[in-house]
Design a protein around this ligand. Sequence first.
Ligand code: FAD
Ligand code: NAP
Ligand code: SF4
Length: 672
Amino acid sequence: MSPYPHLLEPLDLGHTTLRNRVVMGSMHTGMEDRARHLPELAAYFAERAKGGVALSVTGGYAPNWHGWLLPFGSQMTSRRFADKHRIVTDAVHEHDGKIVMQLLHAGRYGYHPFKRAASSKPSPITPFGRPKAMTTREVDRTVDDFAASAVLARRAGYDGVEIMGSEGYLINQMLTARTNDRTDRWGGSAGNRMRFPVEVVERVREAVGADFIVMYRMSLLDLVDDAQSWDETVELARRVEAAGVSIINTGIGWHEARIPTIVTSVPRAAFSWVTGKLRPEVTVPVVASNRINTPEVAEEILASGQADLVSMARPLLSDPYFVQKAAEGRADEINTCIACNQACLDHTFKNQRASCMINPRAGHETTLVLSPTRAAKRVAVVGAGPAGLAAAAELAGRGHDVELFEALPEVGGQFRLAMQIPGKEEFSETVRYFSRRLELGGVALHLGTRVTADDLVGFDEVVVATGVVPRIPSIPGIDHSSVVDYQQVLRDRVPVGRTVAVVGAGGIGFDVAEFLLHEPHESVEEWMRRWGVTDPALERGGLATKAKAPAKRRVHLLQRKTTELGKGLGKTSGWVHRQTLKDADVEMLKGVTYDRIDDAGLHVTVAGDVPEQRVLAVDTIVLCTGQDSVRDLVEPLESRGVTVHVIGGADVAAELDAKRAIKQATELAATI
Ligand code: FAD
Ligand code: NAP
Ligand code: SF4
């Protein structure tokens, strides 16, 4: 029997059946907006349908131009564009999947000056000032526009629509007193404010008929002030059910909420309890969402009765064959999403195509193709960090004869350090995934083997992925016994005192500070207390007072630049790291000159109108001051006439991250 009986069980919706319980949640990929990208969008969804996803949801399409997310962004308003979508829906249906189009009116979250919203209240997270409040007639027309878009989605071959009623977009804005101070029939009381989503569902259902999926994504936890009460949420769920929805999906947190909802430090399935709270209140199937990334977690949610379906979005970017692998008892082969956001959400927010750090083929299915080789070669890969692992796995996958050499006793390179950081435990999944790929590909793995150029003569090609070492800055007294580098702290576990100066405030400086402050493996309950999240039946929006997590040390975090610390961190995750350190009372010092280190501590001058000289009387000074490439094999190999490819940190250390390392490795592997 399958270990995931609930996950793999079909779901009968009356007019149609979903083949299992996996919904691929909506993500804007950047391929939605223009007709010329639809063939690529088709290939992207086709691969997920082929991999077993039951129901995919597209990125959001606006029902009219006032509802655009971006200027000239995706909208479903013409028959011509609808007909072009046939390529997408046909591709999914060919693999027995189903697909619904998400209808999303951005309201005040639109990044353009033509935005319309419930009231003229500016969004705290988007430019272009105040939105224009819709007139009563405009609201009526917007309801009609949702229905018209749904009809076009049907014409395009979609199996249904998802009405986006969460994350703080227009429907949320109509629903709460926070953003709706209208006095007409669309505002004034909670009942009136609910009229908009209920009429949207009614009109959509009326327009599309009974045999079409109408999913409604409902904000079950707003995580902002002046939000809906739980009673109002339940009433809304019942009213949209009566109005004709087929499925209720879960939305967590408005985009303007100051509580993380999907980054890697949010524990797995942290919000499934709130879907479980709604489920007994309605009769239609409900979908749990957010930080569900393994078949075990998904199965547990379904088996415990919290939900009827699970929505995963990023986990199907990182592995389109998630469902198939789970069904075939190959869950250990799944490329588990580590919730880093680096190539998906961070790209979307920068208007770049969404992809995946650990699966660079995502969003590039038609251009990054790893087909079997016709001329197998003997390839040596040196270094088993993310770059070397990806290169070895993909080369072997293509049929090359690959040997992988790693100086340390274990694979993973710096990812082994990253996975020690509290809130980054998921990074171990990538090491597990690639280790399994090496086994499956028959890669000959030589651990504890530091190779020299002489060892590599005889291979057809050599891939140098020897990575980086910590940079040691030239500060007077740098040899003092209180000084250690991040690798000694994280890998060698050298003792660190009660007061610490972390020198360098890049990604690693922030991570090391978190490592020094908190314990790993935080539970959902601990995480909720730390961020002030509670049952929405107790507090509107589920917001409570934050309870500080106990800090193990007193930490100072320093950089030479005069900009705010952490400015260079990820767009969608950096604020979480900054807030975590602030909440732990870390002293953040910018504009620092490192004068010297001695028995008294770290002597610095801090820039300001009047520069201030200070002595940080710390027990330990941890260097997180960037990295230098390890390239000592390159020249000797080249001089022996060996064909060499240098990738990852060994290639360029500056602004190196695993996204670049894995992408470069995969692209190289596609060409050898
Ligand atoms: P490395 O990971 O450095 O691997 C190189 C490997 O080569 C090592 O295992 C080394 O032992 C081996 N080697 C070297 N010389 C030889 C030789 N002669 N013979 C055999 N083996 C050899 N990046 C992100 O994108 N996101 C993050 O959130 C993130 N967090 C991080 C957190 C921490 C604490 C750290 C330290 C790093 C983090 N990084 C993160 C950075 C990321 O880990 C690196 O960019 C990535 O590991 C670089 O990959 P690489 O394969 O080029 O090099
Ligand atoms: P980094 O971002 O380049 O940071 C290095 C830090 O050291 C900076 O604060 C820099 O700031 C300081 N520094 C550099 N040279 C110095 C010198 N000679 N003396 C004193 N200070 C010096 O790199 P990193 O923190 O080493 O991280 C490496 C890569 O890993 C990053 O590029 C990042 O992409 C990745 N990473 C990502 C995450 C994530 O969460 N996404 C987490 C960890 C790592 P000043 O010059 O202003 O002092
Ligand atoms: Fe998941 Fe990171 Fe890939 Fe996004 S980039 S899908 S968060 S692993």
